[in-house]
Ligand binder design. Structure first.
Ligand SMILES: NC(=O)c1ccc[n+]([C@@H]2O[C@H](COP(=O)([O-])OP(=O)(O)OC[C@H]3O[C@@H](n4cnc5c(N)ncnc54)[C@H](OP(=O)(O)O)[C@@H]3O)[C@@H](O)[C@H]2O)c1
Length: 347
């Protein structure tokens, strides 16, 4: 088979190395895999964390990255829902299979069919690239850890007066969580910097709060009481800088307990509050022990939600010039943190 371009890749030759840009072979799709010619790649904080701390990925050389968007150029055995030429976005599996062919930061990436979503013709590849990691993480947190039903619902009677707290709501994962909750008609109390309040409201947040406010916990508890809602489900999408305790405090002070999903491990040195069910979410479980959930999320729900514009690209996209060659620059931009922004390169 002939392909239009060579496979240029941003390779981590060894653990903790800087990225080297080089050509590598074009992969061949195996069973239930698709080969995608990438047109856009979106970055996630886990990439600089892997580079700095050497975890999750167990084989080197390797190619990092989870979020690709492009055109299918080959399919493997058993693929029934996709064909060559389809425009897709997908969750590249390298963070859980360590297979270099499944890393995002190259011209061609192998995707598993259960982690792939068709995007509408009206959506650009850059827009399409922002979804996989954000939605895998948020869907796992809300629909697995917190026991919220899959959209479109309905919500059970005992959640009639429930609101979901999303802490770090302007993050990529937070914006995804807001949009899943909105699709369910579940009110979202969103916490982020004041400058992002209007933005998270545009995605579906019902109330907004600023974590820089020293009284933020009291304000959330008071407004929930005034509005007659109980915050018994919370998603801490930052899980750093003391957010764990603040989010847990909202649940404790609400008086009804509840469940809290985090994106990082609760610090071993901090005592866990009584009466709160705390668990860490793992996006990668959509491809490991929960494949039926992954297929429902990526093949069915997300594709439909994009087509019907129930879900829109978020957070705001910033294109970084330089294509795959900009991988190291992008990791270095993500390390100090971004605000309501997804860094994307065009390939
Ligand atoms: N467990 C998993 O499977 C999994 C999967 C994906 C991501 N993650 C982790 O989840 C975290 C979020 O990922 P992401 O891609 O969504 O990040 P991101 O988009 O880069 O997050 C940026 C946001 O963090 C917010 N923020 C920064 N400091 C904050 C603080 N002290 N309190 C509240 N919000 C704060 C900022 O809000 P403002 O600008 O509004 O202040 C900013 O919009 C990362 O640590 C990532 O590694 C885990």
């Amino acid at each position: 088979m002939s392909f239009p371009k060579p496979n240029i890749a941003a390779v981590l030759e060894t653990a903790k190395a800087q990225v080297t840009v080089k050509e590598r072979p074009i992969p061949t799709p195996g069973s239930h895999e698709l080969l995608v010619l990438n047109h856009a790649i979106a970055a996630n904080p886990v990439e600089w964390r892997i580079q700095d701390f050497d975890f999750l990925v167990t084989k080197y050389p390797n190619v990092l990255g989870s979020d690709v968007c492009g055109t299918i150029v080959a399919i493997g055995d058993g693929v029934t829902r996709f064909k060559v030429g389809d425009r897709v976005t997908g969750f590249a599996a390298v963070i859980y299979n360590s297979d270099i062919d499944h890393g995002a930061w190259q011209t061609y990436t192998l995707l598993r069919d259960i982690g792939t979503t068709k995007i509408p013709d009206s959506m650009s590849f850059e827009e399409g690239s922002v979804f996989p990691m954000g939605f895998a993480t948020a869907a796992m947190a809300l629909l697995q850890n917190l026991g919220i039903p899959r959209p479109p619902g309905p919500l059970p009677a005992d959640m009639k007066d429930t609101a979901l707290l999303v802490w770090a709501a302007s993050s990529s994962v937070g914006c995804s969580g807001i949009q899943i909750a909105k699709a369910l008609g579940l009110p979202v109390y969103a916490v982020c910097s004041k400058k992002n309040h209007a933005y998270v409201k545009s995605l579906g947040a019902t109330e907004t709060f600023d974590y820089h406010d020293p009284d933020v916990v009291s304000k959330i508890v008071d407004i929930a009481k005034k509005n007659g809602v109980s915050i018994t489900k919370a998603f801490d999408t930052i899980s750093e800088h003391g957010s764990f305790q603040l989010v847990a405090d909202v649940l404790v002070r609400g008086g009804k307990g509840g469940a809290l999903a985090t994106v990082l491990e609760w610090p071993a040195t901090d005592p866990k509050p009584e009466g709160i069910d705390i668990s860490m979410t793992y996006a990668l479980r959509t491809g490991t022990d929960l494949p039926e959930f992954g297929a429902w999320l990526f093949n069915d729900w997300l594709a439909d939600a994009l087509e019907k514009k129930i879900v829109v690209p978020a957070p705001k996209i910033q294109i970084v010039g330089g294509g795959i060659g900009a991988a190291q620059k992008v990791y270095d931009m993500l390390r100090p943190g971004v605000s309501a922004t997804k860094l994307v390169v065009k390939v």
